[in-house]
Design a protein around this ligand. Sequence first.
Ligand code: BT5
Length: 261
Amino acid sequence: MLMNPNELNKTLSKLPLGEIKYFESIGSTNDEALAWAANDAKDLSLVIADEQTAGRGRLDRKWFTPPDTALAFSLILRPTEDERPHLPRIVGLAALAVTDALKARRLTPQIKWPNDVLVLGHKVAGILVESVWSGEDIDCVVIGVGINVLKGSVPPEEVLNFPATSLEDELGYPPDRMEVLFEFLDNLITLRPRLSTDEFLNRWAESLAFLGEQVQVELGDQPPVLGQLLGLESDGSLRLRDGHDKTVAVRFGDVRLRPLT
Ligand code: BT5
């Protein structure tokens, strides 16, 4: 069933959001949100679409959002002065808001650093954080989130670089998209004031997939880093112990994490 914009507004009116823009079909909610953020969007404004025809992952990767089955939205944050030093943690904020919504449904989600949410080793959600700059400073952050809610949202295996699933597949019943969206936003708004704390960082680190295991981090055209996954640095970089027993930090970038088999 298509999303109902009246129901959407009614459900979300309980949250302290900015404005909401709903599209039955759009290229990418992140593109729309970036343009809006560069203009006059208020903090916590939301762009949401029933379908995306040009959804984006990192680099040139595609994110599939067929109609009627998925959640695809972009939330605009105007960071406060206190939040500015911690902007690399925003991807963790979004990932924890997803995992908390899934845990409330008794699933056991994990975060595949930096931006995927897995259930039993299958990707159920992806996050794409992008920024609008004003000179040297970040003016706005756009948090793009795609969640496979119903079975029909899972793309065919041949277009995937990692196994995927949906909430319906994992739960055994079709959850309500509006409820999952509400829970995500509510969780994010609740967690946001703790962004700078060690408690936040620890929660994020404890939610990581492959913790303590040997992993391979692919770094695009540089040689991959192999090591034991230890946790996170304060800026959200991944901390590994390499083959020479040295601790190394891997920053964000074109990073793909895989278990070593
Ligand atoms: C991501 O990129 O996982 C970030 C995805 C962010 C999507 C949201 S939807 C709302 C907003 N608007 C946008 O245009 N984007 C954001 P990455 O880690 O690069 O993963 C991309 C890879 O995931 C692709 O190359 C596929 O292999 C796989 N993939 C694509 N669609 C998928 C889906 N629906 N479920 C699971 N995996 C998928």
